[in-house]
Design a protein around this ligand. Structure first.
Ligand code: ATP
Length: 382
């Protein structure tokens, strides 16, 4: 029931029309955050994803209480903690864990001292601190480093210390600002898995800022795509990837082939779009309701939706193409196929080899094609 769902999905942080304007050196005001509304539920990790300067960090700093909004409000624990009137509850009283790229561990304190610090401020008994810190260090796999100093640790180990320090106070909400951007790829993957495991085990939720789309897809319960201070789409990773609501989102998350097209036929659940490839048949729920014949659209096809050779023949959309280029990357392959004047990116499984210059069938199923309406921010179709 709705009531049951509500109690299971308690809102822990709520942003209501959050706005943050800064005065530039020129004296002009710009909105870094421009009306963001968002509910974060208990145990839910929401990733803010967007390119540099879109307002992710400023949003997070407003939630943390490090920045005072110029409009709207931040609600936590059932009350307004920040609004344009002021920071009502200071950062240290919000009981949010924070793991920031710039929140380095303290060099003059041992690993134990770093992790114990948040508990000392809470005046918990020494024995309890010993026990709790020991348990958390073991949990994040650095129990053996408890007496080391941060300067003796690798970047990845230091971030484990930061994670442990964050978890020790058992926060319900953790704010992450690109916590993995300073560690190398392999360690990044390990730590990402660690954070996910901790989340399942401990049940915290929160907000995670990144500009790395792969990281966002891997770690998020929901992704909020930001552009110019606003959320342009919010949804589960699968929704964002599979049903982007604009070319901007489709392009930002994953790779796409995009073609200009004009709708020529609309039938129930089926549309035909004329493109440089020829006619493209598209099927899907609700597709006709949004489109009329003569309308300009973007045709969007993910590289992994395209089939080559015999597999392509049975699909609704099949063309003849020529292999222009093949790049082998191990588990998968990336192929460029020319269909007429159009070049398509195709993702293949790495086991198959394609010869450059070879002629073959290229196909895509009608339900794997997305149509997007031209959007102001995307530029006109023509
Ligand atoms: P990045 O990924 O590069 O950190 P971001 O999405 O986190 O980017 P923000 O750091 O939130 O973006 O910045 C959003 C906008 O607000 C930028 O145009 C930035 O220049 C501006 N801005 C942020 N902080 C300040 C400040 N203290 N004074 C003036 N302008 C600021």
């Amino acid at each position: 029931t709705a009531v049951g769902e509500e109690s299971a999905q308690r809102v822990v942080v709520s942003l209501r029309g959050l706005q943050k304007r800064f005065k530039r050196a020129s004296g002009e005001w710009t909105a870094a955050v421009d009306g963001v509304s968002l509910d974060i539920h208990s145990g839910e990790l929401v990733v803010l994803l967007g390119s540099s300067g879109c307002g992710k960090t400023t949003t997070l700093r407003c939630i943390a209480g490090l920045e005072q909004p110029t409009g709207g409000e931040v609600v936590a624990g059932g009350r307004v903690v920040s609004s344009s009137a002021g920071i009502v509850v200071p950062p240290e009283k919000r009981n949010f864990g924070m793991m920031f790229q710039s929140y380095a561990v303290w060099p003059h304190m041992s690993v134990f001292g770093n992790v114990a610090y948040p508990l000392k401020a809470r005046k918990i008994s020494k024995a309890q601190i010993e026990q709790r810190v020991g348990a958390v260090l073991d949990l994040v796999g650095i129990g053996h480093l408890r007496d080391e100093y941060p300067s003796q640790l690798s970047g990845g180990q230091q971030q484990r210390v930061a994670l442990a320090r964050c978890l020790v106070a058992d926060p319900q909400v953790i704010l992450f600002d690109e916590p993995l951007s300073n560690v190398d790829a392999k360690v990044r993957e390990d730590l990402r898995a660690e954070i996910l495991a901790m989340k399942t085990r401990i049940g915290f939720g929160g907000v995670y800022v990144t500009h790395d789309q792969e990281e966002a897809l891997a770690i998020a319960d929901r992704i909020a795509i930001m552009d110019a201070g606003r959320i342009v789409q919010i949804g589960t990773p699968r929704e964002i990837y599979g049903r982007p609501n604009s070319l901007f989102v489709a392009n930002f998350v994953g790779t796409i082939n995009r073609l200009k097209g004009t709708v020529t036929i609309t039938e129930r659940g089926r549309v035909v779009v004329s493109t440089l490839l020829g006619d493209v048949v598209v099927t899907g729920d609700g597709i006709v309701e949004r489109l009329i014949a003569g309308q300009d659209v973007w045709v969007v096809i993910r590289p992994e939706a395209i089939r080559l050779g015999d597999e392509a023949l049975a699909l609704e959309n099949t063309w003849r193409g020529r292999i222009d280029q093949e790049t082998f990357t191990g588990a998968s392959g990336h192929v460029r196929v020319a269909v007429g004047d159009q070049s398509l990116r195709v993702r293949t499984d790495g086991g198959r080899q394609f010869d450059t210059g070879g002629d073959l069938a290229v196909g895509v199923a009608a339900d794997r094609v997305r149509l997007l309406l031209p959007h102001d921010s995307d530029g006109a179709v023509r």
